[in-house]
Design a protein around this ligand. Sequence first.
Ligand code: HEM
Length: 414
Amino acid sequence: MAEAAEKLPPVQEIFDPHSRAYMEDPVPQCLALAERGPLVWYEPWQAWIMTRMPDIMACWKEEPLSSDFYDWEFAPPRPPEDQWSNFERAMIGHSLLADHDHHRLVRRVTAPAFSRNVVDAIQRKIEPDVKRLFDELGQPERFDYIEKIANHIPFISITRMVGIPEKYWPDIKQVIMTFTETWNPTISDEQRESARQDSNRAIDIIREVIAERRNAPEQDDFLSTLLNIEAENEGFEEGDIVTLILALIGAGADTTLVAQQWSVYALLKHRDQVEKALSSPDAFSNAFSEINRWGVSSKMGFARYAPRDMEFMGEQLRKGVMVLMMPHLKDYDPNYYDNPETFDVERVFDPDVMFGYGPRYCIGAALAKRQLYLTITELFKRFPDVELDGEPERDDSDHNAIVFKRLVLKTNVA
Ligand code: HEM
């Protein structure tokens, strides 16, 4: 047995998410990695990879590992407090990514801001923006869905959701889209530093918006809700509001952009299921889980860090080592899904872990699904006969997902 294991090629030879082969078809590499065992050492990233769902679910639920980027062994040192820039002030101590008790407090007190009613109100605000985008597009014979529509949606939704006035849009637009790169452990220090500087500029703008809103409270948006929450809850303060807004921007921008592309691509590859998928927001919600499963776009999964030297799943982890949870490895596993090659928008997901699980379940899940539903419904309303203009070329430059360079659609308008 040990002899057989020794003959296996190094893991990086069978699994390389930055390779061309992975970009073209990640499935064989995902299945091969999962076969290596439940916890696999991945030399290029100096990280362990968790490959199996029961272990991932337990880790999500019980949180034996840290989610704090600064606990990573290769993170830049946590600077002393008198040297903090706005970025550290927002990210350390106040953060959704930091200690458990504070995280729970933030989630508990902010839960009302993510209720269904609030999502409905946000949807009403986003709807005219989406329609305006399609109005501006007009009736072209073909167009690039990413350039004309998808690129604009995350920004519109988040700024509308938070309540950032339009006069700040040009400035903030330039600096918020790189935010997730500030804690991506797999990119260069330079790239992370540049993202950190962008984030500092974004924080200045957010603080200005907060100051303005304090003088004109009670507007129908997330920021006003958060200011009320701040007034009523000791331990929740302006730093938390800034962090939360950054977290919404960070967690909601890239994900939505990727989701837009894959949703349109997957539905156009399966025209016969479009009607079913868009028959209601709930139907779309399930369809989206299938889109995400069928498309397997993730490269890295979700990072955690060993808070101390510890034994974990039978291995000895050194303090600060990264552990990556990769739920996407299961997406074409026939032991997990019946007929994984088949795209079926009515497939039953139980449990559905596309938005995570347990205490760190995605805050923006309802909003994400609603804005996707809204945009894609509008696409098919405007262009009922829309189709892909050939197979789109994939883009290997994204740090965390397989995306397309362009997604050119033929509208077939008369
Ligand atoms: C299709 C789009 C999206 C997907 C697939 C997605 C998925 C996820 C997943 C899997 C997690 C858990 C991550 C982990 O365990 O490390 C998460 C967390 C999170 N998501 Fe999303 N998300 C999406 C969109 C959004 C949007 C639009 C927002 C904000 C408006 C958002 C805000 C967040 C936040 C703040 C967290 C961290 C929660 C915490 O640590 O308590 N996400 N998301």
